[in-house]
Design a binder for this molecule. Structure first.
Ligand SMILES: Nc1ncnc2c1ncn2[C@@H]1O[C@H](COP(=O)(O)OP(=O)(O)OP(=O)(O)O)[C@@H](O)[C@H]1O
Ligand SMILES: [Mg+2]
Length: 1024
């Protein structure tokens, strides 16, 4: 039993150490008496009473039926309930990325014992008030007060951009507040208080009542327990998000109870004064932005001449606004100028003139520099630009956070004082500009407090005729409270293009080149936002090769993405619904799914477009939407409870099926049914998708889709119906594999299907084209097995297929088995048998079968010295087949046609056909015959009038390497024979033998077939 959790649940966590120290476990707990409790140090009568009552409850009633649920399930992960499944539970909560703070007093029982209960209450009350104030001031949410402990959440109910940073600042503020409280207490003779604070960030589920489920709170509590009194301790996850912002000491690796991965802990000492992303890491070398830089430099040139300029750099978070300013600053290194940087802070949007005070501290020193020194500095700075220090210092010093001696404080009404202060500030800037051109870099205008904005406006107006260059960064939502003027300009940053993203990724992953498709994925997911590119790439590199896909959202981005969604208000819900549909969605589908009024829905979508979250095409109701980057789609999706996602996926699937049947892709239906957990429908639709891909000769897609169907089947307990379904799917799946050259896997799946095939049960089952499944399987396997180098086994399968087909008495099935058997006979060089099989086949065949049979007869002609007939038959066969829409297996007809043309001494026709075959193999992915097609191409190259042995050798090389990669031994043998003959004719007899002998030696059966006999004869010849 988790005694800590139990105590916390009652609001008595201070006894946890006491219970531990006295080795009280769950079993002992039930037997504790009032005296026992007194003995171990529970001094308070009220607390003993509470504890005893709770102990009584523990013993008498089983957990499940207890009237009141455990109060703090967060600390007992075992009690986490599975999310409810019904649609009515939709509002039951959400998934959140949180930063959780635990704060607890140290040794409070000891102190409490020394104080009168009322005094203790007041003291604890003062501390809790101070702590709550610090949390709230930083935008946090006090979730629980547990005795003298406190749990606060950042990122819930509303996420803001930098929740981890806020939490850290709040934690430091609490420690400062406690120090202040202790100073006061010391005066009043009261004892000192010390708190431990722990922080952790991570995903959690928050239910409608605000209860947290997930590890994150647990870990925060454990980290808190490890902190030294007075310290703020954070995990590496938190540290990564606030790196550079705080002075942090590493505190070693710790294994936390109940957490599998050890984690590095850090103690936060104080804020570093560094900027949001500064000091965090090395900069990625700049990519692109040439035009923007040119614009900045041109405007700067004009400003330098006294024609003041204001340029706003606009772009969504992470697009590189600050970076552009930084690069611009670098470019000015050799031009005399004064650089002034005012940065607004999201945390301090309502602190008037905060950017100026911050700059003052940076320029003249903060609290650690004596006030007189700073004042003297300011005086000399003013003198340098010929401003009267006497008049200005007293006005400006307070703005720059420099304390003034009482005597120098101007005796003016507050409003008048402020007016003069602002005027002095503007004058100062203007006076400085006269001495040397100024760049005023104004960061994050969208967070400026109103007074600062006013100052900026004044400076911009007066600066129009001065050597003053104002360059401001802002996010798209900012609306300038001034009109556009001719000396104003805007640079709208665009996302990086693919090539630029590739460059960035290459720089970031210099030492471990990432595969090309991964880089393409990064480009697609990040939408070309440099910050996202950096974070996603880093995550990929950190996780290494075994880290799985790229789907995860980097923790550093979690909260900022969530914040963007939370800022949308009700439109967030629409983004979430859209995220379930996919990266792109249509208005019609969204509307059907969301069930909202048009007006409300359109307003929400407009808001999403305004916030640069989705791109729009067309006008509703014909409009289409697309998430600008996959990351924000993922963040919206992540935020939904799994149960809610399932409900929505199900609805998407049903709407697609029932209302968009004409346009909906089966694969989309399959995907949504899978995500909805409706396995049976998912199987059906993956199967449909796979069959459709197969019918369109999209072999790789078919293989993937059918695999999904089979994977889904594997998750269900087998039933006869399911086995039937499985066999039906396994046939096309194995075919898709075999056709694409994945022969071994193909064979395995034929074997597996045949293993569960039961003639009695599955006899009535037919494939989509109406053939007996068992016969079909044997027929397909026979070709596959022949290629793998087992001609006898192949023949055996083919013969069994024909025999079984005859027994079914089913004409389509028999026709099919005969056609396939004919092919195998031709492969084996048994032309007489082939002749007979094809004759019978054609007699039974339908129109398409006849076309196929004609072509196949053509192959026989080509191989038996009747090239003229061959050309006629194959050409006519191909033409008829094409007219029925069948293009599968075309490379095979073409290679025999090429052989026939070569025989007829028509090299150009032969060349054309074989090139066509190679091209078709590449396009249709019918890779099973790639080796043979290349071999035939080599043979064609050797024909007169202009035999090209070099070219032939290249083709044979290619044939050999493809065959080896596919383990297609029969093709390898043919390619080796072709190459050996070529080398023999060049006098390289030994080389020829060394190539052919091991290939031939590999075979264990089928020695009576033509290829093996020819190989043997060739080897004998080469041996002499
Ligand atoms: N063109 C670029 N080439 C390489 N790296 C870049 C480029 N632009 C931005 N970056 C990097 O991307 C990250 C985000 O850029 P930056 O901080 O300038 O974005 P921002 O637009 O100022 O975002 P915010 O609105 O949050 O302030 C930084 O680490 C920056 O170095
Ligand atoms: Mg910035």
């Amino acid at each position: 039993m988790d005694i800590d959790g139990w105590l916390r649940g009652m609001g008595l966590p201070q006894y946890a150490e006491m219970f531990r120290a006295n080795d009280i476990d769950g079993e002992l707990l039930g037997r504790l008496t009032n005296d026992d409790l007194k003995d171990i140090g529970v001094a308070s009568f009220g607390h003993r009473k509470k504890l005893l009552e709770a102990i009584g409850e523990l013993g008498s009633t089983p957990r499940a039926t207890r009237a009141s649920p455990p109060v703090v399930p967060v600390l007992i992960p075992a009690t986490v309930a599975p999310p409810p499944m019904s649609a009515s539970a939709e509002a039951a909560g959400e998934r959140r990325y949180l930063t959780v703070m635990f704060c607890d007093l140290v040794g409070s029982t000891g102190i409490a014992a020394k104080l009168d209960a009322e005094e203790w209450r007041d003291l604890v009350g003062a501390y809790l008030d101070a702590a709550s104030t610090a949390v709230t001031a930083m935008g946090g949410h006090v979730a629980k007060k547990l005795g003298d402990g406190l749990m606060a959440l950042f990122g819930y109910p509303v996420a803001q951009e930098n929740d981890a940073e806020r939490a850290a600042r709040a934690a430091l503020a609490i420690q400062r507040a406690l120090a202040e409280l202790n100073r006061k207490s010391a005066g009043a003779g009261k004892p000192e208080l010390a708190a431990r604070i722990g922080l952790e960030s991570g995903p959690a589920v928050v239910d409608a009542a605000g209860e947290i489920y997930g590890d994150v709170a647990n870990v925060a509590a454990r980290v808190q327990a490890l902190a030294e009194p007075g310290a703020v301790l954070v995990t590496s996850r938190v540290q990564r998000q606030v790196a550079g912002l705080f002075v942090a000491e590493e505190r070693g690796i710790h294994t936390l109870k109940g957490v599998t991965e050890p984690t590095v802990l850090y103690r936060l000492v104080r804020a570093s004064g560094g900027g949001r992303r500064s000091g965090q890491r090395q900069l990625t070398p700049l990519v692109g932005r040439d035009d923007e830089m040119t614009t900045l430099l041109r405007r700067w040139e004009r400003a330098r001449q006294g024609d003041g300029q204001l340029v706003m750099i606009v772009g969504e978070p992470g697009l590189g606004k600050s970076r552009l300013i930084e690069e611009f600053h670098n470019r000015l290194r050799d031009t005399p100028h004064t650089w002034v940087e005012w940065s607004c802070s999201q945390l301090l949007q309502n602190t008037p003139l905060h950017p100026i005070a911050e700059w003052g501290r940076a320029r003249f020193g903060g609290a650690d520099v004596p006030a007189e020194r700073r004042l003297a500095e300011l005086e000399s700075a003013l003198a340098q630009v010929k401003l009267d220090p006497a008049e200005n210092v007293s006005l400006l010093a307070p703005l720059l956070d420099i304390p003034l001696p009482q005597a120098r404080t101007p005796a003016l009404a507050p409003e008048e004082l402020r007016r003069r202060q602002l005027a002095a500030l503007t004058n100062w800037v203007m006076a400085s500009a006269k001495v040397q051109p100024i760049v005023l870099a104004f960061e994050d205008l969208h967070w400026a407090d109103p007074t600062t904005l006013d100052v900026l406006r004044g400076i911009a107006e007066r600066g129009a005729l001065a050597p003053l260059f104002i360059v401001a960064t802002t996010r798209p939502e900012f609306r300038a409270p001034w009109g556009m003027r001719s000396h104003h300009g805007t640079i709208s940053l665009a996302p990086l293009d693919r090539a630029q993203v590739r460059d960035m990724v290459a720089e970031l992953s210099a030492r471990h080149a990432l595969p090309r498709d991964v880089v393409e994925d990064v480009a697609a997911r990040t939408g070309g936002v440099p910050l996202f590119v950096e974070e996603v790439t880093r995550l990929l590199l950190e996780r290494g090769e075994h880290g799985g896909g790229i789907e995860a959202i980097p923790p550093t981005l979690q909260q900022s993405l969530m914040a963007r969604l939370d800022r949308l208000g009700p439109a967030r819900e629409v983004a979430q619904i859209g995220s379930v549909i996919g990266r792109g969605f249509s208005y019609g589908l969204l509307r059907a799914l969301a069930g909202m009024e048009d007006a409300a829905l359109q307003a929400a979508l407009e808001k999403l477009a305004d916030a640069d979250i989705v791109l729009v095409q067309g006008l509703p109701p014909e409009s289409d939407y697309r998430f600008k980057h996959a990351l924000i789609q993922d963040a919206a999706y992540e935020n939904l409870l799994k149960s809610r996602r399932q409900v929505l996926h199900r609805r998407v699937a049903e709407i697609l099926r029932d209302r968009f049947a004409a346009t909906a892709e089966p694969e989309a239906l399959a995907y949504h049914f899978t995500q909805a957990g409706l396995t049976e429908q998912a199987i059906e639709w993956w199967g449909t998708a796979g069959q459709r891909s197969l019918a369109r000769s999209a072999l790789l897609e078919a293989a993937e889709q059918l695999k999904r169907a089979l994977d889904q089947i594997a998750t269900l307990p087998t039933t006869p119906a399911l086995r039937r379904e499985e066999i039906k799917l396994r046939v096309p799946f194995a075919n898709a594999l075999a056709l694409t050259g994945d022969l071994l896997d193909g064979k395995e799946h034929y074997d597996r299907a045949l293993a569960i095939y039961d003639p009695a049960e599955h006899g009535p089952l037919t494939t989509r084209s109406g053939r007996d499944v068992g016969v079909t399987l044997l027929s397909f396997r026979s070709s596959c097995v022949w290629q793998l180098g087992y001609p006898a086994a192949s023949r055996n399968d083919a013969e069994r297929a024909v025999k079984n087909a005859r027994e079914t008495g089913h004409a389509t099935t028999l026709m099919y088995a005969l056609g396939r058997a004919g092919t195998v006979s031709i492969f084996c060089g048994n032309y007489a048998a082939a002749q007979a099989q094809l004759d019978e086949f054609i007699a039974l065949a339908d129109e398409r079968g006849k076309a196929l049979g004609t072509a196949q007869r053509g192959w026989l002609f080509a191989l038996t010295g009747n090239a003229l007939e061959a050309v006629r038959a194959i050409t006519s066969g191909i033409t008829s087949l094409r007219s029925t829409g069948a293009t599968l297996y075309e490379p095979r007809h073409l290679w025999y046609l090429a052989i026939a043309y070569a025989e007829l001494a028509q090299p150009e026709d032969a060349r054309r056909c074989i090139d066509d075959a190679i091209d078709k193999v590449e396009r249709s992915k019918e890779k099973w015959c790639e080796a043979e097609v290349n071999r035939v191409a080599g043979e064609v190259s050797l024909r007169p009038p202009a035999p090209d042995t070099e070219k032939a050798e290249k083709y044979f090389e290619r044939a050999l390497s493809v065959a080896r990669a596919q383990q297609a031994k029969s093709w390898e043998l043919r390619a080796a024979m072709s190459m050996a003959r070529l080398w023999r004719d060049q006098g390289k007899v030994q080389q020829a033998r060394e190539l052919l002998a091991p290939v031939y030696g590999w075979f264990t059966e089928g020695f009576d077939t033509l290829d093996l006999q020819e190989a043997k004869a060739l080897l004998d010849e080469l041996a002499t």
